[in-house]
Design a protein around this ligand. Structure first.
Ligand code: NAD
Length: 377
């Protein structure tokens, strides 16, 4: 059976869905691997390296022969046309609000899997692309902030005087936020953080940052069974905003990462809050693709809002593509392995497997995922 690793057609996507290590792994699982020429270049993997690992270098047209197509992003219509009916396609599918695209994949007879829907259970931890990519995004957010900040991050005591440490405030202490805290700490900043999930408090403290939040009864109950945030009441939001407003005025860098599954990103930083910061302060909004946490953020840009540089880069993991691809490729191959029969060494999708149930979007001409079953043609 043949696995095809495609070159991403979106010019803004630098990641690739296979690494040298995962090509070797797929070979050992019994697959023939075709990598589209140039697929790894933007992630610093040359065709020759894939070849040395046992892959054949091919063209886009070779996708037609593939039983499995590995991608970073959901295939565009013109890519779908190049796949054979019944092929398995695994990618970050961005399914919410994209009914038409799901219907097109169903119509083409593809069996498609959305990696970002992987359940957050122990067995699937090594397949969790949200975590692997958010972790790098949290790191990169601090690097991007440091590049735009006209001052030093650490306190420096020199013969010529003392430079104070930057004050960094991280809003949303999930996977990205915790890595942002750790990275800012390594650079010597004085770090504080907030979250609406009570479990975050201890994690923030264990990284040496100060926890800032209104800790009332609602806060104490604010985590879902899946470990995600709930949307908070208007009353809570107002109390929290007042506390945050007071805190932000004293910060140099704010990094926001707050998301609620299936909802627009909560608006946490207002223009007035930005105005209260020193000129030349920085806000990095990692939630920009879901509407943004910061008022005035512009997708793909560094915007100047009330004297603060608001960074709204898109696809932040793609800014650190060589690392992001290594982890993403590993997540993919670990999942692919679960679709291969142990004895038969052939592809065998088990619809009763909880990983398949959670991630399979289309099969046999239909949209099969319960969340998107209305996405018919
Ligand atoms: P996410 O990307 O959905 O959200 C980022 C953070 O924003 C979350 O911590 C959330 O609580 C926070 N947030 C939401 N609204 C907010 C608001 N109004 N103010 C401040 N913060 C707000 O979350 P994530 O990074 O994917 O992680 C969510 C949880 O899942 C974490 O506890 C994480 O450790 C856990 N997790 C578990 C597993 C696993 O068990 N396999 C894997 C990954 C993550």
């Amino acid at each position: 059976e043949i696995v095809f690793v495609s070159r991403e057609i979106d010019p803004a996507e630098n990641r690739v869905a296979a690494s040298v290590e995962t090509v070797k792994k797929m070979k050992s699982l019994g697959f023939d691997v075709i990598v589209e020429a140039g697929a790894g270049l933007a992630s610093r993997i040359a065709d020759g390296e894939y070849e040395a690992a046992g892959a054949r270098i091919g063209m886009a047209a070779d996708a037609k022969s593939a039983d499995v197509v590995l991608k970073v992003r959901r295939p565009a219509d013109k890519e779908i046309k190049g796949y054979k009916a019944g092929a398995i396609v695994i990618a970050i599918m961005d399914p919410y609000g994209n009914d038409k695209a799901l219907a097109a994949m169903a119509k083409a007879g593809l069996t498609t899997f959305a990696m970002e829907l992987m359940p957050r259970i122990t067995r699937a931890q090594s397949m969790d692309v949200l975590s692997s990519q958010a972790n790098l995004a949290g790191y990169q957010a601090v690097i991007d902030a440091a590049c735009e900040y006209d001052r030093a991050m650490p306190m420096m005591m020199t013969a010529a005087g003392t430079v104070p440490a930057a004050k960094v405030f991280v809003m949303g202490a999930g996977v990205a936020g915790l890595q942002a805290i750790a990275t800012a700490r390594r650079l010597g900043a004085a770090v504080s953080a907030t979250d609406v999930r009570p479990a975050a408090k201890e994690q923030v403290a264990s990284l040496g940052a100060k926890f800032i939040a209104v800790e009332d009864e609602e806060f104490k109950a604010a985590e879902t069974a899946g470990g995600y945030a709930k949307e908070m009441s208007k009353e809570y939001q107002a109390k929290q905003a007042a506390l945050v407003a007071e805190h932000i005025a004293k910060q140099d860098i704010v990094i926001t990462t707050a998301l609620i599954p299936g909802r627009p990103a909560p608006r946490l930083v207002t223009r007035d809050m930005l105005k209260s910061m020193k000129a030349g302060s920085i806000a990095v909004d990692l939630a920009v693709e879901r509407g943004g946490n910061v008022e005035g953020v512009e997708a793909g840009k560094v915007a100047e809002v009330e004297g603060v540089k608001v960074i709204g880069y898109l696809n932040v993991p793609g800014r650190i593509a060589a690392s992001a691809s290594l982890l993403y490729a590993k997540n993919l191959v670990t999942f692919l392995e679960t679709l291969v029969g142990k004895e038969t060494r052939a592809l065998a999708v088990n619809p009763d497997d909880e990983l398949v149930k959670a991630t399979m979007l289309t099969r046999d001409g239909a949209v099969v995922h319960p969340n998107f079953a209305t996405a018919q043609m």
